[in-house]
Every structure is written in structure tokens, then in C-alpha cells.
Design a protein around this ligand. Structure first.
Ligand code: HEC
Length: 106
């Protein structure tokens, strides 16, 4: 029963703290690197790897723009096969965090 108890407490704590937590830019950086975004958009989104069509730079665009773009790719409101797949790897929390991270890159 101890395991169940801890699971319930952990879930309750997560539910209680998450909505109040600000987006986490460090977690966003980790996700950006771990999910492979860095491979096309470059370090901190500022040195995109050339491709045809080109991968856009992501720095200097602001967190709101990045969040909207990723939300639209994830939902399919914005169509791009690569980015629809990549945004699909991100939870809503990941999107907030990645937007906070990239939004802080000049
Ligand atoms: C295989 C290469 C590739 C990977 C990997 C990739 N992207 Fe992209 N990304 C692109 C391309 C190409 C576009 C332009 C798509 C378009 O024209 O709509 C783009 C567009 C974007 C945009 C919108 C930029 C703008 O100026 O509107 C954002 C934000 C973005 N990517 C974030 C990410 C994130 C976050 C990840 C990781 C989860 C990621 N990308 C992974 C190639 C990639």
C-alpha cells in the first residue's frame, strides 16, 4: 500500500504545483536538444543547419511566436510534414518550456 500512497501523493503534488509553475527554460533547452530540434535549427535555434527548403532560425522571434507556431504544427492548423511530426513529440508543457527557452535567445 505504501507504493500506492506515494503515487497518489506524487500525483496530487504534481497537479497542485504544475499550473502555478512558470515555463521552465532549462527544461525547454533539454527538450530542444533531446528531441533532435537542435539538429535542424542549430544550437539555441540560432545556427540552422542548411537544407532545402531551409530550416528557419528560431532565435529572436519571441516566446509567444514560438509557442503559437508549435501549437499550430501540433494541431495541424499549420501544415509542414516535418514540423507536424516534430511538434507531435512535444507535450503542451514541453511547448511552453521550449518557447520560454527559445524566446530568451536573442
Ligand atoms: C528535420 C529538420 C527539422 C527538425 C528535426 C525540427 N525542425 Fe522545426 N522546422 C523545420 C523546417 C523546415 C521549418 C519550416 C516549416 C514551414 O515552412 O512551415 C521549421 C519550423 C519551425 C518553427 C517555426 C519557425 C518560424 O519561423 O515560423 C518552429 C518554432 C520550430 N520549427 C521548432 C522546432 C522544434 C521545437 C523542434 C524539435 C521538437 C524542431 N523544430 C525540429 C525543420 C526541422
Amino acid at each position: 500500500m505504501k507504493v500506492v500512497y506515494f503515487a497518489v501523493v506524487a500525483a496530487a503534488m504534481t497537479a497542485a504545483t504544475c499550473p502555478a509553475m512558470a515555463a521552465d527554460a532549462d527544461a525547454g533547452q533539454a527538450a530542444f536538444n533531446a528531441k533532435g530540434c537542435v539538429g535542424c535549427h542549430g544550437v539555441a535555434g540560432s545556427s540552422p543547419i542548411p537544407a532545402n527548403p531551409p530550416n528557419p532560425a528560431l532565435n529572436g522571434k519571441g516566446a509567444d511566436y514560438i509557442k503559437q507556431a508549435l501549437t499550430d504544427y501540433k494541431s495541424g492548423a499549420k501544415q509542414n510534414a516535418t514540423m507536424n511530426a516534430m511538434a507531435g513529440l512535444l507535450s503542451d508543457e514541453d511547448i511552453d518550456n521550449v518557447a520560454a527557452y527559445l524566446g530568451a535567445q536573442e
